[in-house]
Design a protein around this ligand. Sequence first.
Ligand code: 5GP
Ligand code: ZN
Length: 148
Amino acid sequence: MSKEPRRDGGAVEGCVFCQIAAGRIPSIRIYEDPEFIAFMDIASQAEGHFLIVPRAHYEVLADLPDGLLAKVLPLAKKLSGAAMTGLGVEGFNLLQNNGEVAGQAVPHWHMHVIPRRGKDEFPFHPGAPADLTQLPFVAENIRLNVNS
Ligand code: 5GP
Ligand code: ZN
């Protein structure tokens, strides 16, 4: 198997999540179907932190076929609901890192589900106030590329 980045969903040698999906590395699974697995994160940000992972190997959001992506949020809704009921939590974060610069450590696309209980764990602070003189120009750079 090649170590080059690939965008056909095929398994990548040395990828830890491909190996978990294939059952070659053990994981504590909470869900599986033909296209996805969900298992407990080995270094959790909070009790109950788990990952939703397509079995197919795609690295970042832009690589994921829309048909597969369309199934992610319904599955996140189902599994986060199970976590809220089963763990007795009232909230959770969905987190999805794209690219090393964004903190993506495992280059096989995945979504984190992180149950939340209080302010002390995995804090999500409000950001700095936006610079309103620059914000329209930043927005324009995005808007101009929406359909490209
Ligand atoms: P990322 O930073 O790529 O968004 O998150 C990768 C996540 O995968 C981390 O939270 C990390 O703890 C988890 N992880 C990495 N290797 C393994 C593993 O072998 N088993 C499990 N269960 N989780 C892993
Ligand atoms: Zn993989």
